[in-house]
Ligand binder design. Structure first.
Ligand code: AVJ
Length: 326
């Protein structure tokens, strides 16, 4: 918050609140690579190229969470339209390409403002321009930043404040971090706050395995791109081709883990620090936790959220929950 540069004018006309700080990236990378189990935070996947790879993942038939959630949303939007008849605003956490908010904006005529938060600034700015053209009656106010931190949002005083957190992005957090996020979101969204959140369910590990190990190798490219990004932005010397994409379901922890496994014994220069890898040693790049509906509703309750309604996709492949601050 203290690093905010409010209302930075971009070459585009939409004003953007930009809270991103580059030095966090450098120190997070060094700290992560210094651990016993090396790790990188998944939020750093999303440079411009990474956001494009993620869009390609969403187009894969194996990556069921995207299509499944999207197919649920028109029904969800209809139900929300019954509830939210007054003037409202939507705050989206990790907004990406802004595809999923469209069914909501279409079905809810009371939405006056839309505040998408995303870490990938250029990607967000482009998506917002298009959305603003499609929905001229909604004030689109993009915020570039990490939604895990407390951000001061440029919100208008409206009747209902509806948070939107689709895609099971909450699965990137550990359950303890997820609880913390839910507590923070409750603060951010205020006493009459609501949160519409998409969460992936538990299912066959075979099915999960396919979703994170697609035949075309897009997920592998997405995973390796984090090394390319570190090379470019932080002056490191990773050879991404010497790291293999490795993703599996860890049943004990209820999560898919993604790793990058070194195929060689090697020492990599990461802006002046020598980072050694043995053969088969991995960098843990992502967790994607899965929750049964009961587990998730319980977790939400411990963060002060009551589940007002929830929608389950066919074969319980995905769930969307409408939470109300209690
Ligand atoms: C955007 C975090 C929900 O965990 O499924 C997709 C990211 N990683 N394929 C997920 C991802 C590999 C995705 N989330």
């Amino acid at each position: 918050m203290q690093n905010a540069l409010p209302l930075t004018a971009t070459e585009h006309s939409l004003p953007v609140f930009d809270y991103l700080v580059d030095r966090d990236f450098a120190s997070d990378v060094l700290a992560g690579l210094s651990q016993q189990q090396k790790q990188l935070q998944p939020k750093y996947f999303y440079d411009q190229q990474g956001s494009r790879y993620f869009d390609q993942i969403c187009a894969l038939k194996e990556y069921y969470p995207y299509q499944t959630e999207l197919a649920l949303l028109p029904k969800v939007a209809q139900d929300l339209a019954q509830r939210f008849t007054g003037d409202s605003l939507i705050v989206e956490f990790g907004a990406g390409s802004l595809v999923k908010v469209k069914p909501l904006l279409q079905a809810l005529p009371g939405i006056r403002q839309f505040v998408p938060i995303d870490i990938s600034g250029e990607h967000l700015a482009l998506a917002c321009q298009q959305l603003q053209r499609d929905f001229p009656a909604v004030a689109v106010s993009p915020v570039v930043g990490d939604f895990c931190t407390t951000l001061t949002l440029p919100v208008m005083p409206l009747q209902h404040c509806i948070g939107f957190f689709p895609g099971s992005t909450i699965g990137n957090f550990t359950p303890a971090q997820a609880r913390q996020f839910l507590c923070n979101a409750r603060q951010t969204l205020g006493p009459d706050g609501w949160l519409l959140i998409g969460v992936d369910t538990k299912k066959s590990p075979v099915y999960l395995h396919q979703a994170y190990n697609d035949a075309a190798g897009i997920t592998a490219r997405f995973n390796r791109n984090i090394l390319t990004r570190i090379n470019r932005e932080l002056d490191a010397a990773f050879r991404p081709e010497t790291f293999e994409h490795y993703a599996f379901y860890n049943a004990g922890q209820s999560r898919v883990e993604m790793h990058l496994v070194s195929t060689e014994e090697q020492v990599v220069d990461v802006f002046g620090t020598a980072v050694a890898f043995s053969v088969g040693e991995s960098i843990h790049t992502e967790n994607s936790y899965k929750y049964s509906p009961d587990e998730f509703m319980q977790l939400a309750a411990t963060a002060g959220w009551h589940t007002e309604q929830h929608w389950l996709a066919d074969k319980k492949l995905f769930a969307t929950y409408l939470l109300r601050s209690s």
